[in-house]
Design a binder for this molecule. Sequence first.
Ligand SMILES: [Zn+2]
Length: 240
Amino acid sequence: MELLELKAAVVAGNKELPKQNLVKYSWGNVGAIDREKGVIVIKPVGMPYDELTVENVSVVDLDGKVLEGPFAPSVDLPIDMELFKGFPQINAIVHTHSTYATMWAQAGMDIPCFGTTHADYFYRSIPCTRQLTDDEINGDFERLTGQVILERFRGLDPVATPGVLVAGHGVFTWGKDVYDAVHKSVVLEEIAKMAFGTRLLFPEAQPVPAALMDRHYFRKHGVNAYFAHDDYGHGMVDHD
Ligand SMILES: [Zn+2]
């Protein structure tokens, strides 16, 4: 993929966040990596989405050194760098403070799999990290936030569980490309909203049976999938 193509995808992905009502002001960002070229493209810090272009989007190397773009990259860049290093299967990351997902993050709770909408996209619970310690908060905060996410994923597959809640903060999703990661972000927010309502109606609600979770997940993922590509990114973000 040409760098310009990746820049255009990152710009389109960022602009999709306010359209999908996942962000207010500039509370969120999309970043993507070209592993062959060794570059990351990410939204500049604090930039309004409608002012973002392929000319001003930030391009950095894998050490975070700015290669292109007139502004400083998002402060969340060190988190993305940790995740790109720790999860070699992923190529794009979305971070937002979308309302319902952030409610679960602020409660410090995993989102249980209460239904098939969830099971279609996320295998079992959507995990929430621990809180950072005072030393971590006062230290290399963003990089250590990335480390805390990787710590939560020990024993979990980031492809089967393409998102995480960061306790007291917000939500990250990821995917094989920008469209995939943004799609997961929209879906996760909807799942978080449904789970919130489920708990509100019935505080003792339990996850659906494991057999149902597995049936729904594996009919769309893995070697025996028979219901794949039904809705991948359709209606979202320009694809050409
Ligand atoms: Zn944040």
